[in-house]
Design a protein around this ligand. Structure first.
Ligand SMILES: NC(=O)c1ccc[n+]([C@@H]2O[C@H](COP(=O)([O-])OP(=O)(O)OC[C@H]3O[C@@H](n4cnc5c(N)ncnc54)[C@H](OP(=O)(O)O)[C@@H]3O)[C@@H](O)[C@H]2O)c1
Length: 265
């Protein structure tokens, strides 16, 4: 039996290749697509090429009137939470690619999903190389007590910090909290200059033309420094395989799973 998938953000940078990948997979079928701009038209008309002839809906609520097993969200920070909760309320499993959700949002989503007996898999970054950075950083945090995170993205990215940086800070907090020599709250001058404290980690977000998306975890020790860095290229291909894996795994889960590495092994 194939898994019936609806993609919200189907015409976007990630959504478009994802729809093609879902449509091309033998065990998955694309039954729905959401985009406000192309509502009422065919996905093939909207994105062209080999896209399947699926009707594009203007909202997740409308799209999920068609029987669906999994909703995948690659929209925007201001839309993702509403879409996810709408899908859960209908008993549909969810894969979250969009960034912008806070730890508190994830607690609420986990509770709603558990109540409805559905699974949710969220990853700040579905690329395997970003997962490796996260894993290596958690390993480093076992041995080094001071670190900070720098999040780089294009000038067009509206939300900050990135989903990648948020998840990295969350995962590092499961290992420990950094112990800065001068506590951030004791900063002389402007406290804001030390960045956002997220789960104990200082996160600094740059938004400039010329960047796609990158993240650095910088560990400092006496007279030495370790820098772990992930750079995304200009194509969305690295995120597709991880997202397909999440679609295949989410139907057997209940509640929230946060992080691609949690489902990789
Ligand atoms: N987890 C990961 O690995 C990963 C990787 C890359 C990107 N991301 C995140 O995924 C999200 C999408 O990125 P992208 O680069 O593909 O974006 P994009 O190219 O701007 O595409 C966004 C898509 O969502 C729709 N959309 C935009 N605003 C919306 C809203 N308010 N309500 C409903 N639909 C909306 C757009 O269509 P309409 O405007 O026609 O509705 C479009 O189809 C972002 O949050 C990004 O940070 C995550």
């Amino acid at each position: 039996m194939t898994i019936k998938v609806c993609v919200a953000g189907a015409t976007g940078w990630v959504g478009k290749p994802l729809c093609l990948a879902v449509a091309g997979a033998e065990d998955l079928s694309l039954v729905g697509a959401v985009s406000r701009t192309y509502a009422g038209r065919s996905l093939r008309e909207a994105v062209g090429g080999e896209a399947p002839d699926v009707l594009v809906s203007g909202s997740v609520g409308e799209a999920l009137e068609t029987p669906t097993d999994v909703l995948v969200d690659y929209t925007k920070a201001d839309a993702v939470k509403g879409n996810v909760l709408a899908a859960i309320a209908k008993g549909v499993h969810v894969v979250i690619g969009s960034s912008g959700l806070t730890d508190e949002d994830f607690v609420e989503i986990d509770r709603a999903a558990s109540e409805k007996n559905v699974g949710v898999i969220a990853a700040g970054n579905f690329a395997v190389t970003a997962v490796l950075l996260q894993r290596f950083a958690c390993e480093a945090a076992k041995y080094l007590s001071q670190w900070e995170v720098v999040d780089y993205a294009s000038d067009a990215k509206q939300d900050a910090p990135s989903g990648t940086a948020r998840e990295l800070a969350f995962r590092l907090s499961e290992v420990g909290r950094p112990e800065p020599t001068v506590p951030v709250e004791e900063t002389l001058g402007e406290r804001a200059a030390r960045g956002l404290t997220l789960n104990g980690t200082q996160v600094h977000s740059l938004r400039l033309p010329g960047y796609v998306i990158a993240v650095e975890a910088i560990f400092g020790a006496r007279d030495e420094r370790l820098t772990l860095r992930h750079d995304a290229g200009s194509g969305a291909e690295p995120y597709i395989q991880g997202t397909l894996l999440a679609i295949r795994k989410v139907t057997s889960r209940v509640g929230l799973v946060r992080g691609l590495d949690k489902i990789m092994e």
